[in-house]
Design a protein around this ligand. Structure first.
Ligand code: URA
Length: 205
């Protein structure tokens, strides 16, 4: 059978997802850890797949772009420099990392930390949607433009950050990506202001 990246046949992972959808987040995680053979470059070159983690009943779900080097090494989302900044932002927002759910749009590190390509994002969409369906968060926090693009079209992160918006029945509270805030003092300051606004939005849930 042809692979998903290049062929017209229905890829095996999609057949499995459709015919035997995971019944729990644990099953989803096992499936992710066994993922391979799809032909997409990040899935072939990553050290390991990085599933989401956190509270399965979280009210707030944070969604990043894709694992970086540290996440690829450790198999956990947001554990590198950007993750440490995210931890500070969570504290500012009054959120305990153990009480939220954190995942990425793309679950395998793109080589050289390049941006994920549109077909790679599309490839991972069923897993992200499955995570959303299991956790059923009341508030989704897309981190940066790539994550925002999954949830909302026609709005930039510059326009959308720091306030709740409703898209396709979901309440979103977009934030800048912590890696961007690491590169800019001004963005870092904005991110902490947004975190305080997030605290208010969570309190109002
Ligand atoms: N950047 C992301 O978007 N996700 C991670 O898990 C780490 C860095």
């Amino acid at each position: 059978m042809c692979d998903a990246a290049g062929g017209a046949d229905i890829p095996p992972w999609l057949v499995r997802m459709a015919s035997m959808p995971p019944r729990s987040l644990d099953e989803l995680r096992d499936e992710l850890l066994a993922h391979g053979g799809c032909g997409f470059e990040p899935c072939e070159t990553a050290t390991q797949i990085v599933p989401g983690e956190g509270d399965e009943t979280a009210q707030v779900m944070l969604v990043g772009e894709a694992p970086g080097r540290s996440e690829d090494e450790q198999g956990r989302p947001f554990v590198g420099r950007a993750g440490r900044l995210l931890d500070e932002v969570l504290v500012e927002a009054g959120l305990d990392r153990e009480r939220v759910y954190i995942t990425n749009v793309v679950k395998a590190r793109p080589p050289g930390n390049r941006d994920p390509k549109a077909p790679e994002v599309a490839h991972w969409m069923p897993w992200l949607e499955a995570e959303l369906a299991f956790v059923q968060p009341r508030l989704v926090v897309p981190l940066g433009r790539h994550a925002l693009a999954h949830f909302a079209t026609g709005i930039t992160i510059t326009a959308a950050h720091g306030r709740p918006i409703t898209e396709r029945g979901r309440t979103l509270f977009p934030l800048y990506h912590p890696a961007a805030a690491l590169r800019s003092t001004a963005l870092r300051q904005t991110m902490f202001e947004d975190a305080r606004a997030l605290r208010a939005a969570v309190a109002a849930l």
